[in-house]
Ligand binder design. Sequence first.
Ligand SMILES: Nc1nc2c(ncn2[C@@H]2O[C@H](COP(=O)(O)OP(=O)(O)O)[C@@H](O)[C@H]2O)c(=O)[nH]1
Ligand SMILES: [Mg+2]
Length: 339
Amino acid sequence: MKIVEKIKEGDIRATARLITMVERRDPEAIRLIREIYPRCGRAHLIGITGPPGVGKSCMVSELVKGFRQRQRTVGVLAVDPSSPFSGGAFLGDRARMIELSGDKEVFIRSLASRGSQGGLSVAVNDAADILDVFGKDVILIETVGVGQGEVDIARLAHTVVLAMMPGCGDTLQAMKAGIMEIADIMVVNKADKPGADATVTDLLSAQHLQCSDPDEEKWAPPIIKTSATTGEGIDDLVRVICHHFEYIREHNILRKKDIERRTRQFLDILTQTIRDEFMSGLKAEKKKKKWVEKIGNLELDPYSASEQVIDLIKEAREQKKQKVRDGKPAEQEASDSAV
Ligand SMILES: Nc1nc2c(ncn2[C@@H]2O[C@H](COP(=O)(O)OP(=O)(O)O)[C@@H](O)[C@H]2O)c(=O)[nH]1
Ligand SMILES: [Mg+2]
């Protein structure tokens, strides 16, 4: 059976394998994702984001239980922005989440970025699509919502849950601009600790500040208190998450969000493809130094350099097509001759 068929049939190993291929940016994965793409669009993607240490991983574990109690199948993608400092803590998170993985209807994977942040967001999109076709009803995506790149990853979800904890006020100030705008639900976790109500008040006033047109019929992000270690409030959270999905479906927001996600995904892939084609061309011709030197010496400005690269890629593709028309084997990659 072909790998995509296997994934559709619910084969865990085939699913894990394709996610690994996507993460490694294996060229074969692109062909497989093409096959997967038209079959996507069933799952509810839920982003769980917030600063490190607020209890996202614990919350994800509890949410998995909550969704399983409602007979939903669950996929989890834990996104590690490959910071050299996060390795240890992240393994701890995974171990905690793995305790749940005895259940066949739960699939848990971590994803790390080996290259650029752009590469990570391409991989997360693909992995979410794979889990969608694999048949998961809900896909929980845990990201550390601090940098712009992570905000962009959280944004691919239909429902974005922003997790905070008591005493998070200062962090909130710093984060407000990016993540607050995209949060559909706000959670004050560690509500068993003192100061939870004060954090709720902080969040309310931050929400009030960014409130736009009062006449616009808009989802007002609710604020929920939870304790991920005791499970308190989690049932509420699951209910609100499901309610949000209903809301965006009924108000035609779901489709809009999907189109936005696919547009961003396309632009990410476009950027990545051009970079890859250029870089592999440089490797083949060992001309990287020449380009970098010229740009570094201010002999060539980066705008002109970018235009030249696009022209070179275009030319190389034309040459390749011409060769095919002339009946010659097009064994040389376009990028080899591009630079
Ligand atoms: N008191 C309390 N501690 C919590 C709660 N949720 C998580 N923690 C603890 O906070 C720490 C960080 O949790 P983790 O889920 O790894 O946070 P993450 O970095 O946001 O994923 C761990 O030591 C958890 O045991 C909670 O609701 N109450
Ligand atoms: Mg975590």
